[in-house]
Structure formats: C-alpha cells, structure tokens
Write a protein that binds this ligand. Structure first.
Ligand code: ADP
Ligand code: MG
Length: 154
C-alpha cells in the first residue's frame, strides 16, 4: 500500500469522549495539525504498527484513520490504541508511531458488542502481523530512539 511504512510523531490530545476507555479500548488521539499533515489520499480504516510514548518502550498498536462525526465528516481523526496496560493517562505527551500495514476498511456496527469484538479481532491480527520478522525489525528503528537530552518540539 502507498505511504507505508509511515512514520509520525505528535502530541496526544483530548478526543471527543466516545467512551473508548469505558469499552476498555482507549485511543490516543493526535492533534488536528498532525492529522492534517497525513497524506490526504491515505485510506481510511484500521492499521497495525509500533508505538512509543515519550521515550518509553515500543509497543504493538492498532490505529484507526477515519472521519469524526463530531466534525460533520469534514475532519479526519487518527487514533492509536497501544497494546499495553498503562498505569496512567498520557495526554500532552509525544506519541511516536510507525504505521506498517492495513487490516480493514471502516465499518458500521449494529451493536457495541459487535464493535468490541471486531476491535478485538483487529488487535489479534495486529499481534500476529507484528511478530513477523519483517515487521519486528521496525520496532528497533532509530526513529524511536531520541538522542539523549533532546526533546521534541511541537
Ligand atoms: P479521548 O476521547 O480523550 O481520546 P479515550 O477514551 O480514547 O479518550 O482515551 C484515550 C487516552 O487514554 C489517551 O489519550 C491516553 O492518555 C490514555 N491511554 C491509557 N492507556 C492507553 C492505551 N493503551 N492506548 C491508548 N491510550 C491510552
Ligand atoms: Mg481516543
């Protein structure tokens, strides 16, 4: 797929309270500015890749690129669910991601249960894909290793 792998870094901002935490699937939202910097022809849908908060460990992630209904379908949102149990929230921190592969297009679901089980399947697919040697190697990419003592401006 065009544009992949795609490297991206930006601040984690407040989303629109879709209750993803209540679903047990929090998604770290990028700012509008970061979303606008994405290639405009990148397909909407669900992707897998690697993610890192600040200069913490690199974890598996699933990511959604889609149209936010709160913006009347004008603004895209880019949201990362990191496959790791964090103790705290990390709003305001810098999230670094590499988007590696596409899982599926956006879908409508008739119930919350159907949505949750689809996301759980996406997570399982992401875990399997990311264990493949060609995907595992991006976990060690220099992109995730910020030089000592330097901070990222945003
Ligand atoms: P919002 O609508 O503000 O994006 P969410 O319910 O989607 O709220 O929760 C996202 C927030 O939860 C993130 O910004 C982050 O601070 C926190 N969080 C905790 N654990 C994770 C995780 N595993 N993946 C993504 N975000 C997480
Ligand atoms: Mg979110």
């Amino acid at each position: 797929m065009r544009h992949l792998p795609y490297f991206c870094r930006g601040e984690v901002v407040k989303g629109f309270g879709r209750g993803s935490k209540e679903l047990g699937i929090p998604t770290a939202n990028f700012s509008e500015q970061v979303v606008e910097s994405f290639p405009s022809d990148i397909s909407t849908g669900i992707y897998y890749g690697w993610a890192c908060v600040g200069n913490g460990d690199v974890h598996k992630m699933v990511l959604s690129i889609g149209w936010n209904p709160f913006y009347k379908n004008i603004k895209k949102s880019v949201e990362t669910h990191i496959i790791h149990a964090f103790k705290d929230e990390f709003y305001g921190e810098i999230l670094s991601i590499v988007i590696i592969g596409y899982i599926r297009s956006e879908k409508n679901f008739s119930s919350i249960e159907a949505l949750i089980s689809a996301i759980q399947e996406d997570i399982e697919e992401a875990k399997r894909q990311l264990d493949l040697p060609e995907h595992l190697k991006l976990k060690e990419d220099n992109f995730f290793h910020l030089p000592e003592g330097k901070t990222v401006n945003h």
